[in-house]
Write a protein that binds this ligand. Structure first.
Ligand code: MRU
Length: 349
């Protein structure tokens, strides 16, 4: 069994807190098979790169639990379809594909075993993916502390939600923020609201308030002005995919923050586990950027705010060039330039 702020595995179903409705309502959605899990990921009931990966792993187990038992050939074809369905839910966060590859490997290794044994093996692997993620976040938090050793008062600015809701718990960027608070620092966080989906206003602000960490909510277009006042010690964000050269795909708006941080001489940190690093993608230009429903822009919380007939562009992510990133905080340590070399070395440790 596994239960976090966002994800619960009961043994035969996957329950997800409906992040579309938070913080106004705290409702759990139940997924009984891989198709329902894929829909939940696509519709953003669950979101955030590591949480998507964890959910997909449990979705794969649910898919297997409903598998046809007639022949091995049929089973193999069916499990390929399970993987395809889950993999087609969202394109940018590499944790999704990483978790599914890991699950598929276990399935292939277990192919000679009977149904119940394979089911147990797959469930164990999904639970390991979930538990590992939590451990990595805590370690990332500890590693991130080193960047703020000389400071008692720390003011950070964050974007989107890279917290407990986006992971198995604790969070990546928010994990570092939690670790700073736990280390006794006076922490204050400027939270970008993160249009269009408002993950900052709805989710990060909720998590910080719940954890008694001082949070100041700002609209995205206020970040530059806040930096200009000299109020921000560092920017810290999560990531959806880190390419081999250190380019980082993260929530749309991250790139603008990195450019502004450079202009104001503010360190720009990315916190992410190894499951977010994709050495098979050479640089950011090769990362697929999801484009989402136009209604996310023309509407706020279901209410139209723009005229009918207006054209819309709604990329969900952008890519921040590696030269704008001061350091990448991982569970294996803090990495700086040259990222091409240092990210590769990380996988050799
Ligand atoms: O579209 P979302 O809400 O899934 O985007 C989430 C982000 O961009 C997060 O910053 C990223 O996944 C890191 S979560 C630890």
């Amino acid at each position: 069994m596994f239960k976090s702020m966002a994800i619960e595995w009961t043994g035969d179903t996957l329950k997800l807190i409906d992040q579309r409705k938070m913080p106004l309502e705290e409702i759990w959605v139940e997924c009984r098979d891989h198709v329902e899990t894929a829909h939940a990921i696509k519709d953003m009931v669950v979101r955030g790169a590591p949480a998507i990966g964890v959910s997909a792993a449990f979705g794969y187990v649910l898919g297997f639990s409903k598998a046809p038992k007639n022949s091995k050939v049929e089973l193999i074809e069916y499990m390929k379809e399970v993987k395809r369905t889950l993999a087609s839910s969202r394109p940018t966060a590499v944790n999704l594909f990483w978790a599914l590859d890991r699950m598929e490997k276990r399935f292939e290794e277990a192919i000679e075993k009977n149904f119940d044994e394979t089911l147990k093996i797959l469930e164990k692997e999904a639970l390991e993916i979930a538990n590992e993620d939590l451990e990595m976040n805590k370690q990332m938090g500890k590693n991130g502390l080193k960047l703020f050793e000389d400071k008692k008062d720390v003011t950070l600015l964050t974007h989107c939600n890279a917290g407990a809701l986006a992971t198995s718990g604790y969070g990546t960027a928010l994990g570092v923020i939690r670790a700073l608070k736990e280390a006794g620092k006076n922490v204050k966080v400027f939270v970008d609201e993160t249009r269009p989906y408002l993950q900052g206003a709805r989710l990060t602000a909720w998590e910080l308030v719940k954890s008694s960490i001082e949070a100041v909510l700002i609209c995205d277009n206020m970040a530059g002005w806040v930096m200009k006042q000299g109020w921000v010690d560092a920017i810290i964000v999560g990531a959806d995919r880190i390419a081999a050269n250190g380019d980082v795909a993260n929530k749309i708006g991250t790139y603008s923050l990195a450019v502004l941080a450079k202009k104001h001489g503010i360190p720009f940190y990315v916190a992410a586990p190894y499951s977010t690093i994709d050495l098979s993608t050479a640089d950011g230009s090769k990362i697929p950027i999801e484009e989402r429903n136009h209604e996310e822009v023309t509407h706020i919380m279901g209410k139209r705010i723009a005229p009918e007939g207006v054209k819309v562009f709604n990329p969900a992510f952008d890519v921040t060039d590696n030269e704008l990133i001061t350091a990448i905080i991982t569970e294996k340590g803090v990495i700086t330039q040259p990222y091409s070399e240092n990210l590769k070395k990380l996988f050799e440790r």
